[in-house]
Structure formats: structure tokens, C-alpha cells
Write a protein that binds this ligand. Sequence first.
Ligand SMILES: C[S@@+](CC[C@H](N)C(=O)[O-])C[C@H]1O[C@@H](n2cnc3c(N)ncnc32)[C@H](O)[C@@H]1O
Length: 310
Amino acid sequence: MPEMDGLDVALRVHKFRSRSWPLIIALTASSEEQVYMEDSEAWNKFHTRHSTGKFFKERRYLLKEFPELASCRDCSTVLEIGCGNGSTALAILRGNKSISLFACDCSTEALERAKENIEAANINLAKERFYPLQCDFSASGFPNWLVCTSCRENFFQKQNMCSSDARSCSKQDFPSAKNNNCIGGVDFVTLIFTLSAVPLHRMSRAITECFSVLKPGGLLLFRDYGLYDMTMLRFEPEQRVGYREYMRTDGTRSYFFSLDSVRDLFCGTGFTELELEYCCVQSVNRRNGKIMRRVWIHGKFQKPHVHICS
Ligand SMILES: C[S@@+](CC[C@H](N)C(=O)[O-])C[C@H]1O[C@@H](n2cnc3c(N)ncnc32)[C@H](O)[C@@H]1O
């Protein structure tokens, strides 16, 4: 099928509206699919270009910002979405020796880098507690073995059909879960500088996926770019591709959040807000002496607990 831009699609929609409805659906669907592929390809190239150890920085502050990751019950599970080269994954695996971590990324290159960095870190059993998986959470969603349709639909009911209730964390559990036995969701989802990479119109669906994959009472831990962060002010006007949305020259995207935009997205999906604030940090670049004014958003959201009505 020849490539089409948005105008072509619109013209065809107009022309075929009455006669060829199924054809129109096929055409628009494939053009959105192309966008997914372009996004993952851009991130693949990004991770290939930044494959040296110098680019990798473990987020050692993470467990101070989110102490629940250190104090949670034994054998808790985390899904780190958009794991990149493993900066967040490694900090969690190091900080809590009983956590198992699923790390997803749309880029296969990123997952390779993450595996290398986890292996090189030489932490007791980190490799055995780390489960990389490739997926674009804003497009295809998470695999059924993480959360099955029944768990998604019945999150208010007790999930007694899924293996997660066994509260066991032997090394065998998760590989067998991949044979399509649902593990019943995870205790934590981490979204650390990942949501900003998703196009604005797909964010709501992406957050719904995060909600589905969490167990009742589970926490979503969020950190991302805030409005007027210095990186936003550095974009050229022509790099603006939407409302507070920018595209870097390498094709990767960045959105800049206000507190309200984060609140609307998460609470609109059913999460309860526990913490939400701006973190503003001013530091000096040692190489060139320039002041760096960073604005990030820190958020913590909870999926409601199961309510048993008497
Ligand atoms: C800025 S990096 C953040 C990496 C990591 N979370 C950290 O703390 O350093 C963003 C990552 O999200 C991934 N990503 C972007 N869009 C995604 C999507 N729709 N689904 C899954 N991963 C995505 C990119 O490949 C990239 O590795």
C-alpha cells in the first residue's frame, strides 16, 4: 500500500464515507500503526547512539523519593515501564533484594542495554529477578500473562484464580507465568520519564493500561518533565508538534506536564492521588558554568482497594 499523509486519509474518508466504510477503517488504522513504528524506531536509534556506559546513570535517589519500594512486603512485583538502559530498574533491584522487576520498553535496543547493565552491576540475584519484555504500552497494551481479561474486568472482585495470590516468589513462578498463566497484576508500576515520550492523544489509553495491570491497592510512582523545564525552553518553535508537545531532531518526543494535566490523566482513570508536586532544582553545569533550571513532577497514585460490601 503506498504511503499516505493525513490529508490523503482525510480525502479518502470523505470520498468513501458512504460506500467503503471498512476500507476507511483499514487505512486510518494502518497510518496510526505506522506512527507507533516510527516512535519505537526513533527510540531504537536513540539507544543505539547512546550505547556507551557513560550515558548510563543509576537513579540512586529513587528509593528516597519512593520509600515504599524499600519497605514493601517480601516478594513484591514492580513493572518499570519504558525501562530504557535500566537506570531505574537497577536502583530498585539494588535497593530491595526481594523485589522482582518486569521491565518493558518499546525499543529492543533499550532492553539489550538494560540487560547488559543489570548483568554488569553484580548485585546478588539481580539477573534472576529481572524480566525484560518488549511492548508499546500505549498501543498494544501489556501481555495477558501479566494481567488477564478476567482480572482486568473484575478488579473489584477477589482475584482468586490467579497465581499471584499464592504470595510465593520462587524463581520458577514468573517463567511459568509466561506460559499464559496470569500472575494477577503487579504491586507497583513505575513511570519514570516515560509518559512524556508518548503522544498526548495516546496518554489516556496508556494510563488505563497501567491501572489494569496494578493489583487493587497497588501504587503508580511517577516522575517526569514539568512545564518550563529548561529542556522545554531550549526547543525551537518549529519543533513544537502539539500542545506542550515537542519532537527532538532524532524523532523522539517530549511532553511537559502541569500538575493539573497529570491529575486529570490519572484521577480521570480511577486512581487516587496520594502525592503530586513540582520539584524545582537549580544547579550549575561544571563544564560550562551555566545554570540549569530543572522542573520535574513527582507523583504517587493508588489504585483503590477491593471493597467488600456486606
Ligand atoms: C527517557 S527514557 C526513560 C528510561 C527509564 N525509565 C529511566 O528511568 O531512565 C524513556 C524510555 O521509554 C521508552 N518508551 C517510549 N515510548 C514508549 C512506549 N509507548 N511504550 C514503551 N516504552 C516506551 C523509550 O524507548 C525509552 O527507553
